[in-house]
Design a protein around this ligand. Structure first.
Ligand code: MG
Ligand code: ZN
Length: 366
């Protein structure tokens, strides 16, 4: 209020000064005062990047293995911490972790798009689709996996792949790119209005479609980046953005770096680092696009940390910090939330994971 008052006083005083000295020049008064009275900018698009199992140690391990500053560290404007516990456990799984983001409530481990009492709840993607926004999912795992599934399916267990895939045909997701080919029925997909692509024969760069599902190949899994996945995550993310951008109402896109978590479960530091660097490369591409676009809020976080990774010293021979894992499973420590773009200031602070849902809706002005 104070700055608004000050701004109008400025306009008045500038106007009167100019009115007395030179009535012709009026434009500078507006140029000077406008930034003070500008309302907070609302994003047209929101991109939520989830590095599965990516705590501060995973980012640090990736940073220590490259001389360049990580893209996420270059791009970040606001930093927060997300408390990841589920309604049933101090240590969450990826189902409850992603469902907290998608439905805005904490739920029990293994849950997919259902509340703590097992009733289905609307997901962010479903809510925003109904409002006319484009919706997308990109993952480096099968699309029935817990993280992407939590944005379109409503099942009491993440292991119900068949039922999860079946929920996809309700059509709330416009664009989905990842693995999981065997679970999705081609007739049901086309009945629901989806074009189907397989990236081994269809180039992601050439897809022009408002409603499609694209699979890495015809298998269920997507390979590790160190086993030849190449730039699939970046290419898939940019293909999703290019097609979702055609929606005049904007879009909501979730992108998952799925296998950072798998490296943590394997206690394989090299797997964690290569997957985190690949995820960071995608963040760099999205950051360049978002800066140019100017209407996109980008949030980068994790559902939980995996492996209890710590770096208690430096290995001179290997040329990188010693990486030690304390568990083969997830941990309950808070995870960083990096954000940039219009509306990103709302992601500062320390908060529960499920509030990220409300923050996204509020950023959109819902
Ligand atoms: Mg996941
Ligand atoms: Zn995991």
């Amino acid at each position: 209020m104070k700055s608004t008052l000050l701004a109008s006083l400025l306009i008045t005083s500038f106007s009167s000064v100019f009115a007395q000295t030179n009535p012709v020049i009026t434009e500078p008064t507006v140029t000077v005062a406008a930034p003070c009275i500008a309302a907070p900018q609302k994003p047209k698009n929101v991109i939520l990047l989830i590095g599965d199992g990516t705590g501060l140690a995973q980012w640090s391990a990736a940073q220590a293995s490259t001389k360049d500053n990580l893209q996420v560290f270059n791009l970040v404007e606001h930093i927060g911490l997300s408390k990841t516990s589920s309604s049933s456990h101090w240590v969450t799984d990826s189902g409850a972790g992603a469902t907290a983001f998608s439905i805005g409530e904490k739920t029990f481990n293994k849950a997919i798009g259902v509340r703590a009492d097992s009733t289905p709840a609307f997901t962010l993607s479903e809510m925003l689709h109904v409002k006319g926004k484009g919706t997308g999912l990109v993952a480096t795992c099968g699309l029935t996996h817990a993280t992407p599934a939590s944005f379109y399916a409503h099942q009491v267990s993440r292991y119900m792949d068949k039922e999860i895939a079946n929920d996809f045909y309700s059509g709330f997701i416009d664009i989905a790119i990842g693995g999981g080919y065997p679970w999705y029925d081609s007739a049901k997909l086309s009945q629901a209005g989806y074009q189907r692509f397989v990236c081994t024969k269809d180039s992601l760069h050439k897809i022009n479609s408002s409603k499609f599902i694209a699979f890495y190949d015809k298998s269920n899994d997507v390979p590790k980046v160190r086993d030849g996945r190449g730039d699939f995550l970046t290419d898939a993310s940019m293909a999703a953005i290019r097609n979702l951008s055609q929606n005049p109402n904007g879009f909501f896109l979730m992108i998952e770096g799925s296998q950072i978590d798998w490296g943590g479960h394997d206690n394989d530091a090299d797997y964690v680092i290569t997957e985190t660097l690949d995820f960071d490369k995608t963040i760099g591409a999205i950051g360049a696009w978002a800066k140019e676009n100017g209407e996109t809020l980008v949030i980068i976080t994790a559902d939980h940390e995996t492996g209890g990774l710590t770096m208690p010293g430096y290995d001179k021979t290997a040329g990188r910090p010693v990486s030690l894992f304390s568990t083969k499973d997830h941990t309950g420590i808070p995870v960083p939330v990096f954000s940039f773009g219009p509306g990103s200031e709302a992601f500062k602070g320390v908060y529960e994971n499920n509030t990220i849902h409300q923050k996204i809706l509020q950023a959109f002005g819902e």
